[in-house]
Design a binder for this molecule. Structure first.
Ligand SMILES: Cc1cc2nc3c(=O)[nH]c(=O)nc-3n(C[C@H](O)[C@H](O)[C@H](O)COP(=O)(O)O)c2cc1C
Length: 223
């Protein structure tokens, strides 16, 4: 399974979202899934902010693009290819000011591309091209935003991720949200991490199972 793994926390060794995404990949391997991981740290290789040149080039039909426009889009083209070639997507990030880190937003802006990651069909519909990929979002939050908590209405991260990737065809993403990791006592933080790890283990087992049945199908055909 080719898996694209993206981390987006400004923190390194101390990052909870990075630790949880590593944990998930280890669990998948322990479940016997053969992984080819394409890793991207968007805090190191941060896609550029949308520029005027990008905004014009991206909506210019491909056959009308100048060499300069093609050069402007080259980095974005390459990122889109990485997404499209993956079988599974794992995006890990902290909540910053109720939404996504700006480096991850730059990634979203770079990979939302007409006629690449979404296409306009002949009947006027827009068809996202990431419908084939399994997708897991791991988010870490300082506060507890679960339903019924005072902060639950402040969650602008989950809807933003669902909208951005839903548009690209990710119809059934899995979310594992570790919370509360900061505005809480030690015991609640430990419990939040334990809950997240338990959920990630269950997702790893489910992905392994679906992958294995796919392999079994292929063997059946070969026989
Ligand atoms: C700049 C900044 C903004 C943050 N904004 C929020 C927020 O709006 N809501 C929240 O629950 N936590 C917020 N936090 C807390 C982080 O989401 C939390 O500590 C998370 O566990 C960090 O993930 P990481 O360890 O992977 O960096 C913020 C943290 C930072 C550094």
């Amino acid at each position: 399974m080719k898996l694209m793994h993206v981390d987006a926390s400004a923190k390194r060794e101390r990052s909870n979202s990075r630790a949880l995404s590593r944990f998930f990949i280890e669990r998948l391997r322990e479940e016997g899934v053969a992984l080819d991981v394409d890793y991207l740290d968007v805090t190191v290789d941060t896609p550029p902010h949308v520029s005027e040149a990008f905004a014009i080039a991206t909506y210019t039909p491909e056959h009308e693009r100048t060499p300069a426009m093609r050069a402007t889009l080259a980095g974005s083209d390459a990122l889109c290819r990485r997404l499209l070639e993956a079988d599974a997507l794992v995006f890990a990030m902290p909540m910053y000011n109720w939404s996504m880190p700006s480096a991850f937003k730059a990634f979203v802006d770079s990979v939302t591309r007409t006629n690449v990651t979404y296409v306009n069909s002949a009947d006027g519909r827009i068809v996202g091209q990431l419908g084939r990929q399994k997708a897991l979002f791991i988010t870490s939050r300082g506060a507890d935003l679960r339903p019924g908590t005072p902060y639950s209405s402040m969650d602008a991260l989950t809807p933003a991720l669902k909208a951005a990737f839903g548009f690209l065809g990710v119809t059934d993403p899995t979310f594992v949200d570790a919370q509360p990791l900061q505005f809480s006592n030690q015991e609640e933080r430990a419990q939040a991490l334990e809950r997240a790890r338990a959920e990630l283990s269950a997702v790893a087992a489910a992905w392994a199972k679906s992958g294995m049945s796919h392999e079994a199908d292929k063997e059946a055909v070969a026989f």
